[in-house]
Design a binder for this molecule. Structure first.
Ligand code: ZN
Length: 283
C-alpha cells in the first residue's frame, strides 16, 4: 500500500501513473480525509484497503505540485545523527557506542516532496538524504525483535541542516539548525512495510544538479531501524504517526574538501529505491 497527501487529502496512490483514489470517498467517510489521522487506526485501514478493490475504482490524476507531506503533523519527529560509519568519519565525530545520537526536527519544518526551500541568510545549508520511518501504533519499551510490527511504512526524507547554527561552539543547536521552514521535505508517499522484500536494506541516493553526492544502502546503519525503535522506546512512548529520520550516509557538504553548501537555484534530488524521490530547489 502506498498512501499520499494530495491537496491535504489522504489518497491511495499508484506511483506508475501519478494517480490514486481518495480514501474518504472510497470508504464513505469511515476513514477521514486528513492524512495524519490514518495512523491512529492503521490496522483497520490496512484491512479495509485489502478488501476494498480500490485498484478497480476510477483514479484521479495528480500533479507533483499537489503532493503534500504524507505525514503532515506527527506528534514527535525523532532524528538520528551519526548512524553510518563513513558519515561519522567525514563529520569528525566518534562512532557512538552505547546508543544513537538523538535530536528533533520541529514539526513546523515538515514540507512535501517537491518545492522551493528558502536558504537562511548567511548560513551554510547542507543536505542529508535519509530513510524515514512512520509509526503505526504506540511503541513503548518495545524489543528490537518486535519493532517492525510497530512501523506503518517508510518514506524519503531530507534532513536539511544549517551547519553554522548546528555546530556553533556556544552552544551547538542541532535541533534548531535542522528546523528552519522547509528543512524537512518528506514523501513522495508512505510505502507500507510489507511492500519491501527487505526493509532493512534499501538503496539511497542523493544528487545535486544531476551530480550524485550520496549513494549507500540502509543496511549500513550502525543502529538499524529495529534497534532505533528499541532504544527510543526504552525512554518514552513513540506514537502512531510519529516520524524517525534514521540518519544519513557519507557525501554531505560538510565532509567535503573543500566543503560545499547549497546555493540558490540548486536542484536537490533524494531517492530511495522502492519508494520514490524528493526534489527541492533553493531560493
Ligand atoms: Zn540527519
Amino acid at each position: 500500500v502506498r498512501i499520499g497527501n494530495v491537496n491535504g487529502r489522504l489518497m491511495l496512490v499508484e506511483p506508475e501513473t501519478n494517480s490514486g483514489v481518495d480514501v474518504a470517498t472510497l470508504s464513505h467517510g469511515r476513514f477521514g480525509p486528513d492524512p495524519q489521522s490514518v495512523y491512529a487506526v492503521w490496522d483497520d485501514f490496512r484491512e479495509f484497503v485489502a478488501s476494498s478493490g480500490w485498484q478497480d475504482q476510477p483514479k484521479r490524476h495528480f500533479t507533483e505540485a499537489e503532493l503534500g507531506p504524507p505525514v503532515p503533523a506527527p506528534s514527535q519527529v525523532f532524528a538520528i545523527g551519526l548512524n553510518y560509519r563513513d558519515h561519522v568519519a567525514e563529520s569528525g565525530f566518534e562512532i557512538p557506542v552505547s546508543g544513537p545520537v538523538v535530536f528533533t526536527k520541529f514539526p513546523t519544518s515538515i514540507t512535501g516532496p517537491y518545492g522551493e526551500v528558502i536558504l537562511p541568510t548567511g548560513g551554510h545549508t547542507d543536505w542529508e538524504a535519509e530513510l524515514v520511518v512512520v509509526l503505526a501504533r504506540r511503541a513503548y519499551q518495545v524489543d528490537a525483535s518486535q519493532a517492525w510490527d510497530y512501523v506503518a511504512g517508510l518514506t524519503v526524507g531530507q534532513d536539511l541542516s544549517e551547519r553554522l547554527l548546528q555546530m556553533a561552539a556556544d552552544p551547538p543547536q542541532f535541533s534548531l539548525g535542522k528546523s528552519f521552514p522547509g528543512f524537512a521535505p518528506t514523501g513522495p508517499w508512505v510505502v507500507s512495510v510489507e511492500e519491501f522484500s527487505d526493509p532493512d536494506d534499501l538503496q539511497l541516493t542523493c544528487e545535486i544538479n544531476g551530480e550524485e553526492v550520496q549513494n549507500a544502502r540502509t543496511s549500513r546503519m550502525i543502529f538499524p531501524v529495529p534497534e532505533l525503535i528499541a532504544q527510543l522506546s526504552s525512554v518514552l512512548p513513540l506514537e502512531a504517526g510519529d516520524l524517525i529520520f534514521t540518519g544519513t550516509p557519507s557525501g554531505t557538504g560538510i565532509g567535503r574538501s573543500p566543503q560545499r553548501w547549497l546555493t540558490k537555484k540548486d536542484q536537490l534530488i533524494s531517492r530511495i529505491d522502492g519508494i520514490g524521490h524528493l526534489c527541492q530547489t533553493f531560493g
